[in-house]
Design a binder for this molecule. Structure first.
Ligand code: 2HA
Ligand code: ZN
Length: 270
């Protein structure tokens, strides 16, 4: 058996969570991340027949039956993960009806997965249908993006266009734009269902007055999406109260997309 704490994916998860904390995106117990693992990755380090305990999920996701996830714990602080990964993280396998999770490693203080597990699992199931290579769901509370949801209209097209106009990199990194949900009670199955629906058409979903979730094939991809949105939101918050003299034209935005062989969200450029 290999040492699970020395596996590349585990090291990358811990470094990414630490980095998210250091970016100020995950105050206190804010934020949560899950990573879909192959059975082989888990079996290299753990006896997959040895279930520590069963944790009910409170919703069925039959599409994920038998799938393995490394996920952050509820109430846990990202800043502490690097010092105690086995307390703050867990590896679970979704059971056949998809409404329970078998704990195989971690949450060693008796804890359980994030309160946003519904949004994670439902979004993984939805996103895998459009992209079978998706592995990551990442949620956090970036300051400028949050601020922007208080002062910018929440129309998805308008919000996306504003972000795209904040630096030339944006349309290249997220040509599908950002989808937006209104302010809702967090940790609910309804928020999970609505987030999953929004994740079918974009890899970024804003929860107004709460935060941002990104999905991707790798931790770097999900992190990079969030980082690029947050940079744009920071520029917006610096200029929002000032007279706007210049902008990035739709012609340039279209040119950027063409240059990188990308298709911007239909109808978002005029
Ligand atoms: O895990 O971020 O959305 C704490 C949260 C809830
Ligand atoms: Zn949150």
């Amino acid at each position: 058996m290999k040492d699970i704490l020395q596996e590349t994916w585990m090291i990358e998860m811990i470094r990414t969570l630490t980095n998210m904390y250091n970016h100020g995106w995950d105050e206190r117990n804010g934020g949560n991340v899950s990573m879909l693992l192959d059975e082989g990755q888990v079996a290299d380090c753990l006896d997959t027949g040895k279930v520590i305990r069963i944790i009910p999920t409170g919703f069925p996701v039959p599409a994920l039956a038998g799938r393995y996830f490394l996920v952050t714990g509820t109430g846990k602080y990202f800043k502490n993960v690097q010092y105690a990964p086995e307390v703050n993280l867990g590896i679970v396998r979704i059971t056949a009806p998809g409404d329970e999770a078998e704990l195989l490693w971690g949450f060693s203080d008796g804890g359980q997965f994030t309160s946003e597990f519904a949004a994670h699992m439902m979004s993984h199931a939805a996103r895998l249908e459009v992209n079978p290579d998706n592995r990551i769901y990442m949620h956090c509370h970036p300051t400028n993006l949050l601020a922007m949801t208080y002062v910018h209209e929440l129309d998805e097209r308008a919000f996306t266009r504003t972000l795209w106009q904040m630096c030339t990199e944006c349309i290249v990194v997220y040509p599908d734009g950002v989808n937006i949900l209104p302010c809702m009670v967090c940790g609910t199955n309804q928020l999970g269902l609505d987030t999953a629906e929004k994740m079918k058409t974009a890899r970024l979903v804003i929860w107004s007055q709460h935060g941002l979730s990104g999905m991707g094939n790798t931790l770097d991809e999900a992190f990079g999406l969030i980082e690029t949105v947050e940079k744009a939101a920071e520029v917006y918050m610096k200029i929002a109260g000032l007279p706007r003299v210049n902008t990035i034209s739709d012609e340039i935005l279209r040119g950027l997309a063409e240059r990188f062989g990308l298709t911007p969200k239909e109808g978002y450029l005029s």
